[in-house]
Ligand binder design. Sequence first.
Ligand SMILES: [Cu+2]
Length: 161
Amino acid sequence: MKKAVLLSLVLVFILAACAPAADSGEAVVAKSGIEIYDPWVRAAAMKEDTGEGMHGGGAVTGAFMLIKNTGSQADMLVSASSEAAADVQIHETSMQDGVMSMAEVSGIDIPAAGMAELQPGGYHIMLIGLKQELKAGDTVMITLVFKNAGEILVQVPVNMP
Ligand SMILES: [Cu+2]
């Protein structure tokens, strides 16, 4: 019985991982040809700011989403901001010599008639120095700034990791 439950959980994860993000319904917000799908931010507990660590201490978490560009002109996500965190950066996670690390990038290209996926292990929006604990069911407002489309405010639900 336990095994069956475990197996079905594994299946759920596999199915979730394989589900094409493009098929997941309607855009939560759209402006000037840019459409935002399936935004979520990872739940995070508060942490004492020691001034150490990759992001200078305090609690951090990532926000993820699919960004589509239905226009005929390329666009670029150039920055983001949120009241929920002291600092917000655009990051890319990469593997170097088997070690996972992440670095701030100057922006994420959203090709014309294309898309960019922000997902764990890849591009993400990093919320640094959270002002409060983020629990599943909470909502975080994040303002995305695009080179052409300008500012787009996105209501981002908090999900468990
Ligand atoms: Cu990051």
